[in-house]
Design a protein around this ligand. Structure first.
Ligand SMILES: [Zn+2]
Length: 434
């Protein structure tokens, strides 16, 4: 299918200047051209008038736990341990492939609505997570969680992850990695086994690191090193390893992460909401560490809004450093579109993962500075169109891959508090037949 996006203010990549009145052609899932006038030989099946909109790469959520959308705002205000014990773990103990599928689909719908085109997920029941994202049409790195407890319940866990990776090999949208949850939930033997499997199958590693001061101190007293140094001993800190949080990194941790070219996934709102602290992002960037953004789960954030995450990242560092020049919009947008190293780009030949943001609202006027407008004034609900791999998943209120009416009928069965059922008005669904 050939799609022509016309008359857009076009931002091909974070760090570039937006160009007015551009035409972007999409064919076979990729950007065919981006210029002022479409080539005559390009015959579009569909034209989208982008006047008044900013066309840019889709946002990337580099750390979340998708099915926990079902737990949004549940157990609010409880201290971490009792929140886990009374709100999260009893719910997770009842999880089935069905609840994980529908919870993930709910998460996917929210991502699509907020202009997120790629997700990095860490959870159990990953086959259901992968199926839901495949049905939604999003691009995803699915990283099944492993812990000593999970391995105790299911001794075949690592073999099953290998099978899952095999099952999705070659898929254009779904990739499988592996997620040793954290140093406090994975013992030495498991970390060794995970590292061996990751190396043998070339699986991307995704892990929580130094989220809380308690984690940092406990690891030091148990192993004599920081969580990052401990993971590094097993060869788990490699280029591309996604390390979520990294709030309590020491200067030595920062130097080590930089040497390994691992990616830090900054999750400022989750860190604030759970009272974990402030990650030294400015220091990460100065050291040359690639930094991406994650929302963490909707149980602890409480949404999947990556634009808001970018805004918090900037505001927080500016306040902490008392410097309005740190984390400027272009750097935050690079973090929000895949990371400061290797953010997405919409040049010809690249995958057509893009969003169109409506700039016609009063909060966008006078509109002379679209990047600061986007970071500090826009709302994620300004997203008008979300496209992944050349396929329009959302446009002007209509989802093409997710039937929201059906979704809203299914999910109450899995809510943690059954007395709290909400009935919402229906939302338009129009299948694109793909
Ligand atoms: Zn997390």
């Amino acid at each position: 299918m050939n799609i022509l996006l016309e008359h857009a203010l076009f931002l091909p990549q974070a760090g570039m200047e937006p160009q007015p009145d551009m035409c972007v052609g999409v064919t076979a899932g990729r950007i065919a051209f981006a210029c002022h006038k479409a080539p005559r030989e390009f015959l579009p099946d569909r034209r989208v008038d982008c006047r008044g909109g900013l066309l840019m790469p889709g946002l990337v959520n580099s750390h979340t736990h998708s099915p926990l959308s079902l737990l949004r705002s549940h157990g609010e205000g409880l201290p971490l341990q009792s929140w886990l014990e009374s709100a999260v773990w009893p719910f997770e103990a009842r999880h089935t492939t069905e609840s994980c599928y529908w919870g993930t689909l709910l998460n996917a719908a929210e991502c699509i609505r907020f202009g997120v085109t790629r997700v990095c997920d860490m959870y159990i029941q990953s086959s259901a997570v992968a199926e839901a994202y495949a049905d939604a049409g999003l691009r995803v790195l699915v990283t099944p969680t492993v812990t000593d407890a999970l391995l105790g319940e299911n001794p075949n866990l690592l073999e099953e992850i290998e099978e899952l990776a095999e099952r999705w090999t070659g898929d254009p949208l779904i990739q499988v990695g592996i997620a040793p949850h954290a140093v406090y939930t994975c013992g030495e033997a498991l970390l060794k086994a995970v590292a061996a499997l990751a190396e043998r199958r070339r699986l991307m590693v995704h892990v929580h690191v130094s989220e809380t001061l308690e984690e940092q101190e406990r690891c030091r007293s148990e192993y004599g090193v920081t969580p990052l140094e401990w993971l590094d001993r097993f060869g788990l800190v490699t280029p591309g390893t996604r390390m979520a949080h990294c709030v309590w990194f020491t200067p030595e941790d920062i130097a080590l992460a930089a040497r390994r070219s691992a990616v830090i996934v900054h999750c400022p709102r989750s860190n604030l909401k759970l009272g974990s602290g402030f990650a030294p992002v400015e220091e990460f960037l100065k050291a040359g560490i690639p930094v991406a953004l994650g929302t963490d789960s909707s149980a602890s954030n409480n949404n999947q809004d990556v634009l808001e995450e970018a805004r918090f990242a900037s505001l927080l560092q500016r306040g902490l450093k008392r410097d309005p020049a740190v984390l400027p919009p272009s750097q935050c947008l690079a973090m929000a579109t895949g990371g400061t190293a290797g953010c997405s780009c919409l040049l010809p030949g690249e995958p057509a993962d893009l969003i169109l943001i409506d700039r016609r609202g009063p909060h966008w006027r006078p509109g002379r500075h679209p990047l600061p407008d986007l970071l500090y004034a826009a709302s994620s609900t300004d997203v008008r169109l979300t496209m992944v791999n050349g396929r329009i998943l959302y446009e002007d209120g209509v989802f093409s891959t997710i039937d929201l009416d059906r979704l809203y009928r299914e999910i109450p069965r899995f809510y943690p508090d059954q007395e709290n059922l909400d009935l919402w008005p229906g939302v338009a669904f129009q299948s694109d037949g793909q």
